[in-house]
Design a protein. Structure first.
Length: 234
């Protein structure tokens, strides 16, 4: 059963269209508005509008120049919920500065997704930090490794064959990777093809770099001569 969603909108600029786009497109159970003190009138208008429609809305004012105060307020706005029973998403389309940074940190703490509706398409919503991909686990990394070696888009069934991951698992991993922008899927002649994106290549390179640095450090430690207790204490 799909968990209900709490949509946290960080409000720092005029306009409410990015909030409305998400509520139109996604199944949201409750709206939380976080806004700076000087945007009281703007927040009140949005609060009144959605409350009149019978939509559950919570609004919280913050000091826009105090990062810790903002982060605390955001997290406490979710206190009355059992976080493990809800999906949480943050909308940063109308935020900037410390409010946007606090939203990203709060998303990491609550394992949430960050959304940013685009300005040119009312139905286009970008998940710039899907919660599922905060950690790029081995199976997803194996898929990216395989795709990075292919000079052209790859038939989806070949991924199952080459990686040994079951077809249902491949589909799930590809869906997650696509949400993050790490891969792109192309349909041609009733076949699904997959290719790694520039972002996916950059992320994969970063992961390999971290791995090399870690094992390089381990090798350095292993190469050092063992010191006895007497040697350690002079």
């Amino acid at each position: 059963m799909t968990q209900p969603t709490i949509h946290v909108a960080i409000l720092d600029e005029e306009g409410g269209a990015p909030i409305e786009r998400v509520l139109m497109r996604r199944s949201v159970a409750e709206l939380v508005i976080i806004y700076p003190m000087d945007k009281q009138e703007l927040a009140a208008g949005i609060l009144e509008r959605y409350t009149a429609l019978g939509f559950p809305v919570t609004s919280v004012s913050v000091d826009p120049y105090n990062f810790y105060s903002i982060l605390t307020a955001v997290l406490r706005s979710l206190d009355h919920h059992r976080i493990d029973e809800y999906q949480i998403e943050f909308n940063v389309a109308l935020s900037k500065g410390l409010l946007a940074i606090a939203a990203c940190v709060a998303a990491a703490i609550t394992n949430a997704t960050i959304l940013c509706p685009t300005a040119d398409d009312v139905f286009e919503i970008t998940e710039i930090w899907p919660s599922e991909l905060m950690n790029l686990h081995r199976r997803k990394r194996d898929i990216l490794d395989f795709l990075a070696k292919q000079p052209v888009p790859t038939y989806q069934k070949d991924i199952t064959k080459e990686t040994g991951i079951q077809r249902s698992g491949v589909s799930r991993h590809l869906s997650d990777l696509e949400k993050a922008g790490y891969i792109a899927r192309i349909r041609h002649s009733r076949r699904k093809y997959v290719k790694i994106t520039d972002l996916g290549s950059a992320i994969l390179h970063y992961k390999h770099l971290r791995k090399r640095r870690f094992w390089g450090h381990v090798a350095e430690l292993a190469a050092q001569p063992l010191r006895t207790v007497e040697q350690a204490h002079g």
